[in-house]
Write a protein that binds this ligand. Structure first.
Ligand code: NG1
Ligand code: MG
Length: 402
């Protein structure tokens, strides 16, 4: 069966005990931020497009206390980060904050660097139930949890959600070196129980879409438990191709382009034969075609969800995956394997990779009474070792009372 989600109160209890053990006093603040899964709208966020994610009950929690010093001491209890679990650094001013080892600490430092002065020192313990590198956004959850923690210890909650999103995104760009879009931080802050979030990444307009009418259907996340070293360089490369394509089409972003623009451009290239490197243009066309069609699919999918048209929603998921595989070329053997197995199961309406691709998870829309069969079939036929989660739409970041 699909995994049960760890209980928030149990996690809080564990975090507080650890803080007491490490620092010999009680923590005064407890916050958390969730990971997310994206239902549709992949590689559209950095192209000013639409995305449709939901926050999950997988969370990163920080407990801590100001220490009246200009230093931070942070202990991460996460199993997946290896041996470097303790990090101590100077926070006397913004310029003192530098990226370095351990890698996980850069998400924290990046948030401090993007938090308004004066900074205050603190001791903290981090615990998390989000698998790392699975495309469920453990990095954004750590940023948003850190920023929320800083708001709590400074008692300054004056920042607008949009600016908080941008500060956390800058943390990832500047300190982790990942040129991510805006989706992950947005949903980790704005998630609402029982809803998916339609987000316009150009105008930052959001619409909460209720999922309470899904009586007979459910979204299941399958973790392929594979990740790929090339993800970051491929991500850079895709992003660059998209910006180049928009430039050639004379648009500010691919959001402003449509399929006719590509066709016209192709004809022009074909006619003047002036193109120096045909491969480059072929790749740009494929990448642009994915982004342009994916933006349309996401808008349509949101309407389907509102109108309980799950059959069409499933078709759009399938089209999304096929486009990510053929045009954007970010799938993998394992993800294709999972998607094909899932689609072969009776009661499955659609299945696609979710997140950046290459590894990580798939998301599948399935009839509730077919879930057990779906899981059993994947366990039997998938080449690797899968794990499963029910995509339960949950709340965004918050402070918990102690
Ligand atoms: P994941 O799958 O969490 O690495 C990445 C980006 C998103 C978005 C998706 C593709 C990061 C941290 N996030 O997500 O902004 O572009 O890929 O839709 O890189
Ligand atoms: Mg990632």
């Amino acid at each position: 069966m699909a995994m049960n989600y760890p209980d928030v109160n149990e996690l809080k209890h564990t975090a507080l005990l650890n803080f007491m053990e490490q620092f010999s006093e009680n923590a005064t603040v407890c916050v958390y931020a969730p990971g997310r899964v994206n239902l549709i709208g992949e590689h559209t966020d950095y192209n000013d497009g639409f995305v449709l994610p939901m926050a999950l009950p997988l969370i990163t929690m920080i407990v801590g206390k100001p220490n009246n010093m200009k230093r931070c001491k942070i202990i991460s209890m996460s199993e997946a980060i290896g041996d470097e679990k303790i990090c101590e650094f100077d926070c006397s001013n913004h310029a003192a904050l530098k990226a370095g080892d351990p890698k996980w600490s850069n998400y924290v430092k990046g948030c401090l660097a993007n938090f308004k002065p004066p900074l205050i020192g603190f001791n903290a313990v981090i615990v998390s139930t989000i698998p790392i590198g699975a495309g469920l956004s453990s990095s954004a959850a750590l940023e948003v949890a850190t920023y929320t923690f800083l708001e709590s210890i400074t008692k300054d909650i004056s920042i607008k959600p949009k600016d908080k999103v941008l500060a956390c995104q800058r943390a990832e760009h500047e300190f982790a070196g990942v040129p991510c879009g805006i989706m992950d931080q947005f949903i980790s802050i704005m998630g609402l129980e029982g809803h998916a979030l339609l987000l316009d990444c150009r105008d930052f307009i959001t619409k909460q879409i209720p999922m309470s009418q899904m009586d007979n259907y459910i979204f299941i996340i399958t973790n392929s438990n594979t990740s790929h070293k090339l993800t970051l360089s491929a991500y850079h490369e895709r992003r660059t191709s998209c910006y180049a394509a928009a430039k050639v089409l004379n648009k500010t972003s691919l959001r402003e382009a449509n399929i006719r623009d590509i066709e016209t451009q192709c004809n022009q290239w074909f006619l003047c034969l002036a193109l120096k490197n045909k491969n480059v243009s072929d790749i740009m066309i494929k990448r642009a075609r994915h982004v342009i069609t994916e933006i349309q699919r996401t808008i349509e999918a949101a309407t389907c969800l509102e109108n309980n048209n799950f059959i069409r929603f499933g078709e759009l998921m399938n089209e999304s995956h096929d486009s990510l595989r053929e045009e954007y070329e970010v799938s993998s053997k394992e993800l294709d394997n999972l998607v094909m197995i899932s689609r072969s199961v009776d009661g499955v309406l659609g299945s696609r990779l979710t997140g950046a691709g290459f590894g990580g998870c798939t998301i599948t829309l399935v009839k509730k009474n077919a879930v057990d069969n779906l899981i059993a079939t994947i366990q039997k036929k998938y080449s690797g070792i899968p794990s499963f989660y029910v995509a339960k739409p949950s709340n965004g970041a918050r402070q918990l009372h102690l």
